[in-house]
Design a protein. Structure first.
Lengths: 200, 79
């Protein structure tokens, strides 16, 4: 099931369930070639991610005419509308995509599961952990911290490590790296957390 | 000089973090365990904390998922 939120200059779509998607009606021929060489799990994620993003761009049946290319960093680019910022994320159960016509955007969705404590220690400072602990449970903290930082990093066109991205929790969730800032919105989904970061 | 990890070190970390039910060898495909970026982040964090080893180029993990290649990436031996 596909749900779309239109929040003015930012649009977010999320795909749940495991309905069969037809790659030939969704993927551009160049995407189809890529899809054919992926492992089954990655092919599924690729197809669901592309479908979820393309549905933000159009509601017609010409999805296969739109090409979403990937930068070397993995960042998606809408080739016929490169001025539109976009981002895709997926887990086994969800695919989420976001577009913005005004500002860089990043989205990440993760399943909340117990994580080795080394993960949270690696991606956050003691001060961040203290603030996170005031708002999130011990089980939620590693995945939430990761999701917030990955969304900001994706908006930044980067990948982890994330130590340089600092989380500030106030009325809003902010991430700061050097002179760059992102505002992050969290959405709780069944056993998952989704973060959308927009550059400000 | 960069520390290095052995295949045994890597297998031990993988077996602790993921539901590994097979004997992992050099050609084992780790994509079935490292499905999302956070899975990779967890592995990197454990290896870093235990062995002081940090991979140089994270992008390589996207396209190289065999255990032997993952080991080389951690040890800066993948060219």
């Amino acid at each position: 099931m596909l749900a779309i939120q239109d929040i003015g200059k930012v649009k977010i779509s999320s795909l749940t369930g495991h309905e069969e998607l037809n790659p030939q009606t969704i993927l551009h021929p160049i995407e189809f070639q890529t899809w054919q060489h992926l492992s089954p799990d990655r092919a599924r994620d690729f197809l669901r991610g592309r479908y979820t993003l393309k549905r933000l761009l159009t509601s017609d049946d010409k999805l296969h005419t739109r090409l979403i290319a990937s930068m070397p960093s993995g960042k998606p680019v809408i080739t016929d509308s490169p001025e539109v910022f976009c981002s895709i994320s997926h887990t086994e159960d969800y695919a989420v995509a976001a577009t913005s016509i005004q500002t860089a955007i990043g989205v990440d969705v993760e399943k909340i599961t117990p994580r080795h404590p080394a993960l949270l220690r690696d991606i956050s400072t003691e001060e961040e952990r203290q603030h996170l602990a005031m708002r999130f449970s011990a089980e939620e903290m590693p995945t939430t911290a990761w999701t917030i930082k990955e969304a900001a990093a994706k908006a930044d066109g980067a990948i982890f490590p994330f130590r340089e991205y600092q989380i500030f929790l106030g009325e809003k969730i902010m991430v700061v790296r050097s002179l760059n800032r992102w505002e992050v919105t969290l959405t709780e989904m069944p056993s998952h957390i989704c973060a959308v970061a927009i550059a400000i | 000089m960069q520390n290095k990890i052995s295949q045994e070190n890597l297998v031990a970390a993988l077996s602790e973090l993921f539901p590994v039910q097979e004997q992992l060898v050099e050609m084992s495909d780790l994509a079935k365990y490292i499905k999302d970026s956070i899975d990779l982040g967890e592995l990197v964090a454990v290896i870093k904390e235990r062995h002081g080893v940090t991979p140089k180029d994270m992008q390589l993990f996207k396209t190289h998922t065999r255990l032997g290649d993952v080991l080389k990436i951690f040890n800066h031996e993948f060219h």
